[in-house]
Design a binder for this molecule. Structure first.
Ligand code: FMN
Length: 338
């Protein structure tokens, strides 16, 4: 049994104590809705730059597309300038949301070069100032997403988390790696545990949450209050169902092939509904790859999916996966998972 309970993020009570982490190019409306259906109680947008919002960039606003079912919902901003962030908040006014996150975690060079994302870990005072201003101005509670530090020589998450708490954030989300590690190498349970012990606000851990067991491990190793699932949900929204089961002492039940394929079809339909046909198909292509991990005879189908621009074409390819993996077309397994 894991020592986990409800995750309080401001006024939100998240049960199970899990959330969908922000992922650029991945956590769009269709993906969020699907994960919610499997028990994900809260989802963030992908990061949106303050500059693009303040410049009324149509694409930035489009990427924040949502529906009333897509709640509670958090928006993640990327930026390092209090005035631009304030302008971005103004642009967000018509768009309902429940939490605001500031990204101090992105390791991409084109971002850190501008002093944004994980570069803010190197300027804890500045980050504190930005968070103080955001807490004052934002209409919703504020969180911050950090890393353990810049690199192995600059592991300063405890100091950064303390400052963030002082600035008034309602939770700290920490990817248990340094900026230098990017997305690989071992996650650092000890630093996340030290952060948990150092602050009174909830601490949400992120990193390698690929299975219900690795989600559970964060709670066991660090005493964290919640876990943010990222790559583990790609083509695998069942991770929320499985992790919830495990956290409450039950056996997680992995999806059958029939279930995976019917959800894949549903995801395609949601992507097309969200973005229209050609763009929805483009968005879905990477999911085709992720959903078919570990399935038989998918190589050629995956290659074709990479060029598919019509829903019918992708549906035909999914039917091909179904045929190759021995699942009858008339399967009603989808009904069991609603
Ligand atoms: C494709 C991709 C896009 C990401 N985009 C963002 C982002 O926009 N904002 C952010 O804070 N983190 C982003 N992340 C980091 C994740 O939120 C998460 O912290 C990280 O992937 C570690 O978790 P994992 O090992 O379970 O995937 C991204 C990760 C991936 C793989």
């Amino acid at each position: 049994m894991y020592n986990s309970s409800v995750l309080n993020l401001g006024p939100l009570r998240l049960d199970p104590p899990l959330l969908l982490a922000p992922m650029a190019g991945v956590t769009d409306l269709s993906f969020r809705l699907l994960n919610r259906r499997f028990g994900c109680p809260f989802a963030y947008s992908e990061m949106i730059s303050d500059r693009s919002l303040s410049h009324n960039n149509r694409q930035a606003l489009e990427r924040l597309r949502g529906t009333p079912e897509d709640r509670p919902f958090g928006i993640q901003l990327l930026g390092n300038d209090a005035d631009l962030l304030a302008e971005a908040l103004e642009k967000l006014e018509p768009r309902p949301y429940d939490l605001l996150d500031l990204n101090a975690a992105c390791p991409a060079k084109q971002i850190t070069r501008k002093g944004e994302g994980a570069a803010l870990m190197r300027e804890p005072e500045k980050l504190e100032g930005l968070l103080t201003a955001l807490v004052k101005r934002a209409p919703v509670p504020v969180t911050v997403k950090i890393r353990t530090g810049w690199d192995a020589d600059e592991v300063n998450a405890v100091e950064v988390a303390r400052r963030a708490e002082g600035a008034g954030v309602c939770a700290v989300i920490i990817h248990g790696r340094t900026r230098a590690q990017g997305y690989s190498g071992a996650v650092d349970f000890a630093t996340v545990r030290a952060v948990k012990e150092a602050v009174g606000v909830p601490v949400v851990a992120s990193g390698d949450a690929f299975t219900p067991e690795t989600v559970g491990r964060w709670f066991a190793e660090t005493g964290c209050d919640g876990v943010a699932v990222a790559r583990g949900a790609m083509g695998n929204p069942w991770i929320f169902r499985g992790a919830a089961a495990l956290l409450s002492g039950e056996e997680p039940s992995p999806p059958s092939v029939a279930e995976r394929l019917s959800v894949m079809e549903e995801h395609l339909a949601l992507a097309v509904e969200t973005w229209g046909e050609p763009r929805g198909c483009l968005v879905f292509r990477k999911f085709f790859y992720w959903y078919t991990r570990g399935m038989r005879e998918v190589r050629a189908l995956r290659a074709r999916s990479n060029r598919a621009a019509a829903r019918a074409e992708l549906e035909e390819l999914i039917a091909g996966v179904r045929a190759a993996n021995g699942t009858p077309l008339t399967s009603d397994a989808g009904g069991a998972i609603i």
